[in-house]
Design a protein around this ligand. Structure first.
Ligand code: SF4
Ligand code: SF4
Length: 387
């Protein structure tokens, strides 16, 4: 497990360095520069430590689709970890399918082979105690993520149907083995803040030492699996993913109130949610700010979960955004049905969703390889636009 002694006492630091494209040299120089601004790789890893590099390996897509962390980022961080004398290992756990297949599709497996790095599937669940102060007592996480001395989190900057944005904190959910993720969705049900609280507490429990986000080619729109790549041209690094996400939200012009994970973090009064308290190095936010970044079709994630409890469950769902299938784009591959936590999607001649029992987790939208699922406003919300 991580030794977080230093990190707990360190103020939140974020560095931003411009980078206008992917090559091994560009990624290496930009990441090295971003780390040098916050103490260098040597301040995060020590000689002979085994360090897990945890990219975003959501689904098997080529790197130019911006679904996964780019292989040149992994290439650069492997080199930097080795130069600091530590031993890098690469691994993740997609919601469906194997990490190996996703790594092959996006090119990370080529890096693993070229640099002769160990690759692990984060697939063996073990129960651990949640960090003190957590709303949850235990988490089931991958043993492979615990059998290391520390974790370097390598997220991708993307939009996210349910969580609005996926950045540093959300990427740590990948340490929960494959199908166990679906159980968390079932537990959280229609309650996005509850789900966000779980992700935040999980992040604090796993406590990666360092977070480096691939924001060279990001994703906007119908993310995290089927959005549009958007050139944003920078790398950002931080000892604190909450601080990192806070700065990134500002860069893309996101309303922090729409990001459930940051909303929950703000309730904890952490300095990492306060722009005044975060030490920013390198570029100013304005120098990399993205105009007109496109957020998920319906921004509020489970708007209805903010409603009072006395409202009937059906009314809450009628107000919530829901997944909608585009018949013309659907290939009837059944992946959505296999990823649906309450198992309420049927695929026959077309895809049918039992909306009464849909928990609005948007796992189906996240996983659909054809971008055939978008999130649409609930029917009652349309009738009550100001509600
Ligand atoms: S995952 Fe997408 S393409 Fe596959 S069956 Fe579901 S809607 Fe259709
Ligand atoms: S239909 Fe989609 S949004 Fe609804 S519960 Fe299933 S996976 Fe979640």
């Amino acid at each position: 497990m991580n030794d977080m002694t230093d990190k707990k006492t360190s103020p939140p630091k974020v560095s931003i360095v411009k980078c206008d494209g992917y090559s091994n040299d560009k990624a290496y120089e930009s990441i090295k520069a971003s780390l040098d601004l916050i103490g260098g790789m040597e301040s995060f890893v020590s000689k002979d430590e085994r360090i897990l590099l945890k990219p975003n390996l959501l689904t098997a897509k080529s790197a130019d689709r911006a679904v996964t962390t780019h292989p040149t980022i992994v290439h650069a961080v492997v080199r930097l970890v080795r130069e600091a004398g530590a031993v890098p290992i690469v691994g993740d756990s997609p919601g469906i399918g194997s990490a190996v297949k996703v790594a092959e599709a996006c090119g990370i497996m080529d890096v693993v082979k070229e640099l002769d790095v160990e690759f692990v599937e984060l697939g063996t669940p073990v129960l651990i105690d949640a960090v003190k102060g957590s709303a949850f007592k235990h988490f089931e996480v991958a043993k492979e993520a615990l059998d290391v001395d520390g974790i370097i989190n390598l997220p991708k900057l993307k939009t996210h149907g349910q969580m609005y944005m996926t950045m540093g904190v959300k990427n740590i959910f990948g340490c929960v083995p494959g199908k166990k993720k679906l159980q968390w969705h079932l537990t959280a049900g229609v309650d996005a803040p509850h789900f966000a609280r779980m992700i935040l507490d999980l992040y604090k429990t796993i406590a990666p030492r360092l977070n480096i986000i691939d924001a060279i080619l990001s994703m906007e729109g119908n993310g995290p699996g089927s959005g549009d790549p958007r050139q944003t041209n920078f790398i950002a690094a931080s000892n604190d993913a909450i601080a990192l996400d806070t700065i990134l939200a500002k860069v893309v012009g996101a309303d922090i109130a729409q990001i459930p994970v940051l909303n929950e973090a703000a309730k904890d009064n952490l300095p990492s949610t306060d722009l005044e308290e975060i030490k920013l190095f390198g570029e100013e936010v304005a120098a990399v700010a993205v105009d007109d970044f496109k957020f998920p079709p319906l921004i509020h994630t489970n708007f209805a979960s903010y409603l009072p409890n006395f409202l009937d469950k059906r009314i809450r769902k009628a107000l919530s955004a829901r997944p909608k299938i585009s018949v013309k784009d659907c290939s009837l591959c059944t992946l959505c049905a296999r990823s649906c936590p309450p198992d309420i999607i049927k695929v026959g001649k077309k895809v049918e969703i039992d909306y009464d029992n849909c928990i609005r987790c948007y796992c189906c939208q996240e996983i659909c390889p054809k971008g055939a699922i978008t999130i649409k406003e609930g029917w009652l919300k349309k009738l009550l636009p100001g509600f």
